[in-house]
Design a protein around this ligand. Structure first.
Ligand SMILES: Cc1cc2nc3c(=O)[nH]c(=O)nc-3n(C[C@H](O)[C@H](O)[C@H](O)COP(=O)(O)O)c2cc1C
Length: 191
């Protein structure tokens, strides 16, 4: 079983999700974890989740779900060698996951992010990987009509994610570590 290892896996088009991914990475590193960060690629690359103790997987919300490239990754990665989908999905010890996203929320706010986060979560839970947190961060929607970015449920999101959002992300990540360090082999952490 790995010890003290974390993975931040993300995809981004315009950079919002990368900002969040990098802050998650930096927070884990500062806390003392051995952390890798990588962008989900179009070409087939398998990721063995069980090589890590904590996995953060994030993307922008597209039509309330993940972008196609990420959906394809999730689907194909579940078919990697060694994965067994067992009835009742018995939990695997030593590993946990946290899906994250950025999203505009211009129409219905947080409800636009939740299906996507839960959908990603199901890929982990089906494999027996416990999902411990869902992190949703508002992010500017450059392709959309200006009003989506000024008149939606979050008001003016043209500068988001901003430093305040990223400090909240940092808090969530540190909260996960403080909560789980007794039940996961996260190594010697500075909390
Ligand atoms: C094709 C497309 C579809 C989108 N659909 C939604 C959506 O359904 N709900 C939402 O809240 N935001 C939606 N957004 C906004 C993005 O989720 C948001 O701008 C995100 O922060 C972009 O992340 P990125 O900069 O990492 O690419 C959409 C953006 C694009 C380009």
């Amino acid at each position: 079983m790995p010890e003290g290892k974390a993975l931040v896996l993300f995809w981004t088009k315009n950079g919002n999700t990368e900002k969040v991914a990098r802050r998650i990475h930096d927070t884990l590193k500062k806390a003392g974890m051995d952390v890798s960060i990588s962008r989900i690629q179009k070409k087939k690359i398998e990721v063995e989740y069980l090589d890590y103790n904590l996995i953060f997987l994030g993307a922008p919300v597209y039509e309330n779900l993940s972008p196609k490239l990420v959906l394809t990754f999730l689907h194909k990665n579940r078919r990697r060698e060694g994965v067994e989908l067992i009835p009742s999905a018995p939990e695997i010890p030593g590993v946990a996951a946290a899906p994250f996203c950025t999203y505009g929320g211009g129409h219905t706010g947080y409800n636009e992010a939740e299906p996507m986060l839960k959908h990603i979560g199901q890929y982990f839970e089906h494999e027996g990987i416990r999902v411990v947190e869902y992190i949703a961060v508002p992010g500017f929607f450059p392709e959309a009509d200006e009003s989506y970015n000024t008149d939606g449920r979050f008001g003016d999101i043209r500068q988001r994610p901003d430093e305040h959002d990223l400090i909240e992300v940092e808090g969530s990540v540190r909260g996960i570590l403080r909560r789980l360090h007794r039940v996961l082999p996260l190594g010697n952490l500075n909390l």
